[in-house]
Design a protein around this ligand. Structure first.
Ligand code: ASP
Length: 355
């Protein structure tokens, strides 16, 4: 779905941002500070792309909206008080990880073996530092552990038991029994995937996130923010894909694929079939088009999501912000849970093209 339609509900805000973005991205020489509007700080979140309708979300929609509102407000609180975009995206993701509605933290999807293996990443566009974890199984909020990897280690990505050992050593990470992540919704999704796999041997290794009753809904969560100091950050957290096997890791914790931020261009968080986002380095490709080609971030996102990715058969979407605070939303599925909060503190949330 073209992102242009997405912008309709928030036309005035988005229009102002698009104009600000266009002037920032096309101007080769910096315009005099006095004539350039200051960047608009704010935050954009997503809660997964997919082929679903609003109706197919059923009763879940109200709970999703309420958790998304809470996440947006948590990020806004940080930004409004002059806090960093890094703290804002982390605060928002902790709320979404704690909600059983999304495929991250509590509510993560199950692996083939009936376990939950969680991935998360965070990136600071000011310093280009990043931290990520993959395949952790007892960490309540993987995004907090990813932040520790960035802040307190020389590494970028830690996996499995090693990542958890690092968290225990550092302290301040909440560990939970594996059963904490169990939700019936996700368990039933796995059972259906296993049955289908049994009935159709060819589908054995095909990663799935489909729920026939509810359409296809990935449910990964992500956030990008621009703070008052003009710094961009991005963060993404996920349980991956239902029925994943063999330690499969998706795009979310891969810097440049599902998560990327650079003050020189934009901040992006992705959702969709991770293998495509990894192979096409989606988040970095979008930001590179902004930086090297002078494209607006929205145009760059559309070129990658509606063009490159779609032609390759990859489904999903991204949210982002450019360095002026222009909002980016693009998805090639029928829906993507997403929300924006700006300086006025008024959250706006939608799931399909116009609702
Ligand atoms: N991108 C995630 C992955 O492939 C899935 C999602 O977006 O829900 O692990």
């Amino acid at each position: 779905m073209s992102s242009k339609n997405d912008l309709r509900p928030h036309l005035l805000v988005m229009l102002a941002m698009t104009i600000a973005s266009a002037s920032a991205c096309t101007a080769q020489a910096p315009s005099p500070a006095s004539t350039e509007a200051p960047p608009t700080w704010g935050m954009v979140i997503h809660t997964g792309a997919g082929n679903f309708t609003l109706e197919s979300l059923g009763d879940r929609q109200a709970e999703m909206r309420s958790a998304m509102t809470e996440a947006l407000m948590a990020g806004h609180k940080v930004l409004a008080s002059g806090g960093s975009s890094l703290d804002a995206v982390q605060a928002a993701l902790v709320v979404l990880e704690d909600s059983p509605q999304f495929n991250a933290g509590k509510g993560a999807v199950f692996t083939h073996e009936g376990t939950n293996e969680l991935d998360a990443a965070i990136m600071d566009g000011r310093t280009m530092m990043a931290g990520a974890v993959a395949g952790v199984t007892h960490v309540k909020n993987p995004i907090r552990l990813a932040r520790l990897v960035m802040d307190r280690s020389p590494h970028v990505l830690m996996a499995g038991e090693g990542a958890e050992a690092f968290g225990r050593e550092q302290g301040g990470v909440e560990f939970v029994p594996a059963s904490y992540f169990h939700t019936d919704l996700r368990w039933q999704q796995l059972q259906r995937a296993l049955e289908e796999e049994k009935a159709n041997k060819g589908a054995a290794l095909r990663p799935r996130s489909d729920d026939p009753a509810q359409g296809t809904y990935f449910g990964t969560v992500g956030a990008v923010a621009l703070d008052q100091a003009g710094n961009l950050s991005a963060a993404t957290s996920t349980g991956g894909l239902t029925n994943k096997r063999f330690g499969r890791v998706g795009d979310s914790p891969i810097i440049g694929a599902g998560t990327y931020a650079s003050n020189g261009s934009c901040a992006i968080s992705a959702t969709g079939t991770g293998e495509y986002f990894i192979r096409f380095t989606v988040a970095k490709d979008i930001c590179a088009r902004v930086e090297y080609r002078g494209m607006t971030a929205q145009a760059a996102a559309d070129a990658v999501i509606q063009g490159v990715l779609k032609s390759a058969g990859g489904d999903g979407g991204v949210v982002g912000l450019d360095r002026r605070g222009a909002v980016v939303m693009s998805f090639n599925t029928t829906g993507m849970g997403r929300g924006y909060i700006g300086q006025d503190g008024q959250p706006s949330i939608s799931f399909t093209v116009d609702r």
